[in-house]
Design a protein around this ligand. Structure first.
Ligand SMILES: C[S@@+](CC[C@H](N)C(=O)[O-])C[C@H]1O[C@@H](n2cnc3c(N)ncnc32)[C@H](O)[C@@H]1O
Length: 371
């Protein structure tokens, strides 16, 4: 099973070296094709040697109608140009002594050099080998927060990458500061944090198509549970709770959930410390309830803002249980969370909940009137 604690540990250790597989990038990016025409794409945490984001955009440069692809890598990466080379491209030789020096690749055109109409890796290799590849060393360290990288950020239209998990909040803050469109990989834990959640709540960013467990390629010395050696002899690790975060408008946002369960006050008890009913499973959201409901965080993966409005989150918005219950009440302590009364003076603490309310009431009423 994918372990979310793996991700938390990696976050804590600032071990950010896991690399997205091409198939996962293709599976997500296939839904966004209409966003890229004439756009400058910036992958700012991506060594072209190791990044499948670079590979994806280079291979699909013409199909997507890109204007430019810019990729920068980071000096701090322990494996820059060493272990995870996805391209064995002789032409991309870094001068001796500069092996660890971060660099930038700018691609302005991808000619179909084997004239078969298709752009494949052969063309990309030829492109990089050619003198027009715009490979240049960076003056700074390739940190996405460096002035040099921020200048590139300002110039670009869309940022697409898997940024370091340990710097996710800072990364998002920068994208919003420069009002950039983005599609990036994150994890569902970070979207509930106090810096990111308000953006989700305000519909300034949302989840993409794929979420849940995802397998990443990792360096050979990456020692954690749930790593395994693949058929290709490379090391991989599976992480849970992965999600794609974006502010690009996608069809999925308009797909309303089909609700079929009827509200029953015995089945949907109210919390003792927040004015909302508890819904244990997303599929159990009642179709005929129009007050606030608490739902599992995974709701975010099916969230349609024309159907629901997110009004809060239990880890921050619920009232302190100690201020509400009897002095001798029995309940599991911890930070703020919602509780249900299970018997006299006995309260059950629940996992984090999103508080939501129907947003399509007017539409429903009109529908009902029409019927
Ligand atoms: C999770 S990995 C993903 C790599 C690549 N984007 C991919 O998806 O395969 C994050 C990358 O960000 C790099 N990184 C870490 N801190 C960085 C920083 N401050 N600025 C830019 N890149 C950084 C790491 O070295 C690592 O290569």
């Amino acid at each position: 099973m994918a372990s979310n604690s793996n991700l938390i540990r990696a976050n804590r250790d600032k071990n950010d070296e896991f690399y997205t597989q091409l198939s996962d990038i293709e599976n997500e990016l296939k839904h966004y094709k209409n966003h890229f025409k004439n756009k400058i794409v910036f992958c700012n945490c991506d060594d072209p040697y190791e990044s499948n984001f670079f590979k994806y955009f280079a291979m699909n440069f013409n199909t997507l109608g890109l204007k430019k692809l810019v990729t920068t890598c980071y000096a701090g990466s322990p494996i820059v140009t060493e272990q995870l080379s996805l391209f064995d491209v002789d032409g991309l030789v870094i001068k001796k002594g500069y092996e660890k020096h971060p660099y930038k690749i700018e691609i302005n055109e991808v000619p179909d050099s084997n004239n078969d109409g298709a752009i494949d890796l052969y063309d990309v290799e030829a492109l990089i080998k050619s003198g027009n590849n715009n490979l240049s060393l960076l003056k700074e360290d390739g940190d996405f927060r460096s002035k040099e990288c921020i200048d590139l950020l300002k110039e670009c239209d869309i940022v697409v990458t898997n940024p370091p998990f340990s710097l996710f909040r800072e990364y998002i803050a920068l994208l919003f500061k420069y009002e950039k469109k983005f599609l990036i990989i994150g994890n569902q834990n970070s979207i509930t944090c106090k810096e990111i959640f308000p953006l989700i709540k305000a519909n300034k960013m949302w989840l993409g198509y794929n979420s849940g467990g995802q397998t990443f390629r990792v360096p050979n010395d990456f020692e954690q549970k749930n790593t395994f050696v693949g058929e290709d002899n490379n090391k991989y690790a599976k992480f849970g709770n992965i999600c794609w975060c974006t502010n690009l408008d996608i069809e999925k946002r308009y797909e309303k959930m089909i609700l079929y369960k009827k509200y029953d006050k015995n089945e949907y008890p109210k919390y003792v410390n927040y004015d909302a009913i508890n819904v244990d499973k997303i599929t159990d959201i009642p179709c005929d309830y129009y007050e606030t409901m608490g739902v599992p965080i995974t709701f975010i993966t099916s969230y349609c803002p024309t159907q629901f409005r997110i009004v809060g989150i239990s880890c921050r918005d619920s009232i302190r249980i100690a201020d509400i219950v009897e002095k001798d009440a029995i309940y599991q302590k911890g930070g703020p969370q919602v509780y249900l009364k299970i018997s006299d003076k006995n309260y059950k603490r629940l996992y984090n909940r999103l508080f939501i309310i129907r947003n399509d009431l007017e539409e429903e009423e009109n529908g009902n009137k029409a019927a």
